[in-house]
Write a protein that binds this ligand. Structure first.
Ligand code: TYC
Length: 98
């Protein structure tokens, strides 16, 4: 018998996808202007914001460039690491669970 009473859901029907921080790591050799260009090119930041992120990495060891779903985060990491290598800089990008 249908009592017409809706069952309360404790969670939403569709879970949001897991999100990942895409993080740049500091090193002693990558030029600051190269890092700023990378943040602008791959993460769509304006120069002022890109410079803030670069300095965060330089002084604190790492910095978040953006938060994305897994496939997009993985693509950013590969693109940045390939671009750094192609330009002979040791700049490294990794992802972390948000
Ligand atoms: N530490 C580098 C320097 O002094 C600059 C730098 C910033 C390198 C951010 C990597 O992700 C980085 N030239």
């Amino acid at each position: 018998i249908d009592h017409g009473i809706a069952v309360e859901e404790s969670e939403p029907e569709v879970k949001p996808p897991p999100m990942y921080k895409v993080v740049l790591l500091n090193d002693d050799y990558s030029p600051m202007d190269f890092v700023v260009e990378v943040i602008m090119k791959f993460f769509g930041k304006q120069r002022e914001q890109a410079t803030k992120i670069m300095l965060q990495v330089h002084y604190d060891g790492k910095g978040v460039c953006g938060v994305y779903r897994s496939e997009i985060a993985e693509t950013k990491v590969v693109q940045v690491n390939e671009y750094s290598k192609a330009n002979n800089h040791p700049l490294m990008c990794v992802m972390e669970e948000a």
